[in-house]
Structure formats: structure tokens, C-alpha cells
Design a protein around this ligand. Structure first.
Ligand code: TYM
Length: 329
């Protein structure tokens, strides 16, 4: 039996190279070795206000991006979260297992709620519980994500362990898979912050669908550190970030990357990095055009049916263990 992976992304904003390098790239690499589930988490998306028409279109567009990245729907299960209502059901159960205190410690809630808990949506607060439900429904072994999701994964593990202790072995306790390089791609404008879909300054992010001109301009404007050396140096996060992007886009080793820029200036470095990204994104952007909405809906329907069967099995077990039995059974 193959081990399982589960991961997902929110259909909000535009996906950027941080999402790709921190998450999608690894999903693609792992899908042969693992039985894989890749979800479009539209229920998570509504924890912040969304325009209904935009959310609907973005959900399909995200499926397109998964496939263009190299997710193979013949091998992996790709589906939309709201098509499998077990996610919301298990989230309720887990909300009765989670503690207020552990949710209050979630740094993403503090960031996204802008420190104002009084005004924040309750869904934003309970967001990590729904994420735990996503993962635990599939008896997931490994969850490939970027660094920013690590704390949510720790909560997921805690909830699974607590449930297993209180009601008997039910859930696999999942491990995070956080890549050693690329798990935290930083904003090109503020290299102390992660590159983010919700950043108001679009120059901070390279979106997967940006055209060549835009990419060149964004790299030209990228903030750098003082000094002139182009090396992987922790104390110079802007340069390290650009060099990491260059490394992952070209597939070179760290030594090769540093050697490539010995004696070269920042201007040259930025141009070459922009070119590497443009080259990499060209075939990806071509593949995005390959899928019609109709093709995608078919793939997503098949995916939801496969996912639902497994999710229902887990939920039935959960309900039985807890004594949640209706008149029908
Ligand atoms: P989301 O949609 O914010 O991001 C999708 C994936 O991209 C990673 N990521 C990054 N990696 C490196 N550098 C960055 N700057 C960067 N920004 C984002 C994220 O870590 C993520 O892996 N809560 C999740 C979605 C989710 C989920 C799940 C993930 C819901 N349920 C179950 C895994 C398992 C989120 O908002 O991802």
C-alpha cells in the first residue's frame, strides 16, 4: 500500500512562485511515490470576504494551475473541498476537540485578523480546525506545505492524537513535509515578509501568470541588501531570497549559483534571475491554456467521488466511536 499525501491551496488572489516553490513543486515530485489528494479549499477562502463570481471562477482556475504545474489527474485525486461535505462535518467534531487556547496561539489568525479578535470572523479563528479535518479525513501520512503552515500541522497532529487517546485509534497522525529550500520565499519588496497572495503591493510577488515584461520589471525593482557579494548569506535576506529563486528555477547547486555571479553586479544578477523565471514559466503558461472549463469540471467531479468515498469511511468511524448515531442507523 502506498502512503498518502494531502495538500491544498486557497482559490484566492493569484498564485505566485512562492506557492509553487514551497508547495506545488513538491506535490508534483511526490505524486508518483504517494497516493495523492490535492484539494482546492474554497471553504477556507470564505474566511475572508470574497466576491461570489470571482471565487467560483478562481476555483476552476486553481485546478487549471494544479494541472499545468504537473499534477496528473490519472495518478492524483484533484477536487474541490465543498464537493465533499464530510470536510465541514469533521471540522465540527474537531471543533469540539480543540481548545480555545490552542487556536489563540495560531500566528496566522493574529496576522489575518490584524490583531483585532473582536472584529475578526469566527471562521478565521476556526480555520485551522477545518484544515485539520481536510488532512485527517484521508488518513494522511504526509502533508507537503510551505513553512507558514507548520503551526497548523502541529495543531492537526495534536487534535489527531487527542481524539485517538479519548476515543481509540482512529486517525493517522500526519507528518509535515517542508522542503529544505524554498519553504519561505520572501517578498521582493519587503524581504522580511513572506511573498503573499494578499500583499497589497503586487511588486512584491511574481505571479505564475505574469508576463515576461512584468517579471523583468518586478525583479529590477526588487529590494537588495547593502554590500556587493551574491552569496547565500543569512544576514542578507534579500540577496539570499533572489539567489534561492534563481537556484530553484535553474536546478543548479548552491555552489554553482554563487560561482555564476562572482564578480557580477546586482543589475546583472537581477536580469539573469528574471530570465530564469521567465524561461521556467513559459511552458507552464502554455499548459494553463490546454484545459477548458469543461475538462476541468470532469476531472473535479471524478476527484470528488473518489475523495468522498474515503472521507465518508473515516467519518462513519468517527461517529461510531463517539456514539453519534441517528435514528436512520
Ligand atoms: P495557501 O493557499 O496560502 O498556500 C498554498 C501553499 O503555498 C505555500 N506558500 C508558500 N511557500 C513558500 N513561500 C511562500 N511565500 C509561500 N506562500 C504560501 C503554503 O505554505 C501552502 O502550502 N491553509 C492552507 C491551505 C490548506 C491546506 C489544507 C494545506 C487548507 N487545508 C490541508 C495543506 C493541507 C493555505 O492557506 O495555503
Amino acid at each position: 500500500m502506498k502512503k498518502r499525501i494531502f495538500s491544498g491551496a486557497q482559490p484566492t488572489g493569484e498564485l505566485h512562485i512562492g506557492n509553487y516553490l514551497g508547495a506545488l513543486k513538491n506535490w508534483v515530485a511526490l505524486q508518483d511515490e504517494y497516493e495523492s489528494f490535492f484539494c482546492i479549499v474554497n471553504l477556507h477562502a470564505v474566511t475572508l470576504p470574497q466576491k461570489p463570481e470571482v471565487l467560483k471562477q478562481k476555483s476552476l482556475d486553481l485546478a487549471r494551475i494544479y494541472l499545468a504545474s504537473g499534477i496528473n489527474p490519472e495518478k492524483s485525486t484533484v477536487f474541490i473541498q465543498s464537493d465533499v461535505s464530510e470536510h465541514a462535518e469533521l471540522a465540527w467534531i474537531l471543533s469540539c476537540v480543540a481548545r480555545m487556547g490552542e487556536l489563540e496561539r495560531m500566528t496566522q489568525f493574529k496576522d489575518k485578523g490584524k490583531g483585532n479578535a473582536e472584529r475578526a470572523g469566527v471562521g478565521l479563528f476556526t480555520y485551522p480546525i477545518l484544515m485539520a479535518a481536510d488532512i485527517l479525513l484521508y488518513q494522511t501520512d504526509l502533508v507537503p506545505v510551505g513553512q507558514d503552515q507548520k503551526q497548523h500541522l502541529e495543531l492537526t497532529r495534536d487534535l489527531a492524537t487527542r481524539f485517538n487517546r479519548d476515543f481509540g485509534e482512529t486517525f493517522v497522525v500526519p507528518e509535515p513535509f517542508i522542503p529544505p529550500i524554498g519553504a519561505n520565499i520572501l517578498s521582493l519588496q519587503e524581504p522580511t515578509k513572506k511573498m503573499s497572495k494578499s500583499d497589497e503591493n503586487a511588486n512584491g510577488s511574481i505571479f505564475l501568470l505574469d508576463d515576461a515584461d512584468t517579471i523583468t520589471k518586478k525583479f529590477k525593482k526588487a529590494v537588495t541588501d547593502s554590500g556587493t557579494e551574491i552569496t547565500f548569506d543569512e544576514s542578507r535576506p534579500a540577496i539570499k531570497n533572489l539567489l534561492t529563486i534563481y537556484q530553484l528555477m535553474t536546478g543548479k547547486t548552491a555552489e554553482e549559483c554563487e560561482a555564476n555571479f562572482v564578480g557580477k553586479g546586482y543589475g546583472h544578477f537581477k536580469t539573469e534571475t528574471a530570465e530564469a523565471v521567465i524561461e521556467f514559466l513559459k511552458p507552464f503558461q502554455q499548459r494553463v491554456k490546454d484545459y477548458s472549463d469543461e475538462d476541468l469540471r470532469e476531472i473535479l467531479k471524478t476527484g470528488a467521488a473518489k475523495a468522498r468515498a474515503i472521507a465518508r469511511e473515516t467519518l462513519t468511524d468517527v461517529y461510531a466511536k463517539m456514539g453519534i448515531v441517528g435514528a436512520a442507523n
